[in-house]
Ligand binder design. Structure first.
Ligand code: NAD
Length: 348
């Protein structure tokens, strides 16, 4: 097994999952972490019992000659940091969305091509066991040709102020949550989206300590696929109770419904509450549906393990930079439709 050296830039929510996932791989050395938030990074390293170099400037981490670097930063930093990582000779693991818009995404793909290194696009849902099982069933032909469907991701809203800032995030619930749904749907239908229609609105502009929500916190879209299928997506940052994600897919020979959260695999009724149920659940009192082994269920360790294997074996990832770009192109078209009120063609 080839030894791989990796670094992580950022120390927030998703850096936590990347570090947890790297820690599980015996052939991976975490050579360093870079974060502008030193205390947060120290706490995270302590949580995962990681004794490694800590930098405030990510350029110092780039100098370590890592095989791969995880970019766990707000969306507005993806383009520049990815270009720097690739330019330094490391592969870049870029969190979803690839970037704020297709212009940024295109420059990242150009840098990928010029560098000879690769972008690995972090779309964890495609590595989640439930969603992967759905793909397996579809691939066997179990439901025939999909002609209609529905994808949904709902929760009460993100955990950091930058998500609500148009300049820093690029958009709201659509680019943050819809991007997951679209990635899985394109994978499931195995054909391109040709046009889209979208309506977006901001239902709860006052976000307390996070300030004003400058982006849409709710969006409904219709994706029209090359095979004539029409699929609805529903994305919300105003739904309390925890992370709700689900798909319904209707085919000529059957149907599939999947929901890795909000299912009754485990149902708990508690008058006192307990520690933790699922991401973004603000309470554990009353009826709750805790998700066992959440990181595993959401596919994070499997995603990182897959990318490391692709580096080791020089094989093609399920989700590379080009896939991230394709999904971002669909999101861009949805935003265009929400702005104009018209059906919009997708140019990928
Ligand atoms: N795959 C998923 O399900 C998933 C879940 C959450 C977040 N994400 C993605 O991961 C990325 C990071 O999100 P997060 O939830 O970890 O955010 P976060 O706010 O929890 O953490 C962001 C981190 O970025 C760093 N940072 C913040 N501002 C910076 C700045 N101006 N300059 C340099 N560094 C800065 C800090 O170290 C901070 O810890 C986003 O692109 C987000 O869309 C993906």
């Amino acid at each position: 097994m080839k030894q791989l050296k990796v670094g992580v830039i950022g120390s927030g929510f998703i850096a936590d999952h990347h570090l947890l996932s790297y820690k599980q791989l015996p052939n991976v050395e975490i050579a360093g972490v870079a974060s502008i938030l030193k205390d947060q990074a120290i706490a995270l390293m302590k949580k995962h019992d990681i004794d490694t170099k800590l930098f405030q400037d990510y350029n110092d981490l780039l100098a370590l000659d890592c095989d791969a670097i995880s970019i766990c930063l707000p969306n507005f930093l993806h383009e520049q940091v990815a270009i720097d990582v690739l330019g330094a000779g490391s592969h870049a693991l870029v969190e979803k969305p690839l970037a704020r818009n297709v212009e940024e995404g295109q420059r990242m793909l150009d840098a990928e091509r010029e560098s000879g290194k690769r972008i690995f696009y972090c779309e964890n849902n495609m590595y989640a066991p439930t969603f992967a099982k759905v793909k397996e069933v579809i691939k066997e032909g179990a439901i025939g040709e999909i002609y209609m469907g529905r994808g949904r991701e709902h929760h009460s809203g993100p955990h950091s102020a930058w998500f609500y800032d148009k300049e820093k995030a690029g958009g709201g619930a659509l680019i943050d949550l819809g991007i997951h749904d679209i990635a899985c749907l394109v994978w499931y239908l195995d054909c391109d989206v040709t046009s889209v229609f979208c309506q977006a609105k901001t239902v709860r502009p006052d976000r307390g300590k996070f300030g004003t929500c400058q982006v849409e916190d709710n969006a409904i879209g219709i994706l029209y696929f090359e095979n004539d299928a029409q699929v609805v997506i529903e994305e919300s940052w105003t739904a309390p109770g925890g992370y709700d994600m689900r798909f319904e897919l209707y085919g000529t020979a059957g149907q599939i419904k999947v929901a890795p959260t909000f299912t009754n695999l485990i149902s708990v009724y508690s008058e006192t509450g307990y520690g933790y149920a699922v991401e973004k659940a603000s309470s554990t009192k009353g009826w709750t549906f805790p998700v066992p082994a959440e990181a595993w269920n959401f596919g994070y360790p499997q995603e990182i393990a897959h990318f490391m294997e692709c580096i080791e074996k020089d094989s093609k990832p399920l989700t590379g930079g080009a896939y991230g770009f394709k999904i971002l192109s669909i999101v861009d078209a949805l935003y265009e439709s929400a702005k104009t009120g018209r059906l919009t063609q997708v140019h990928a």
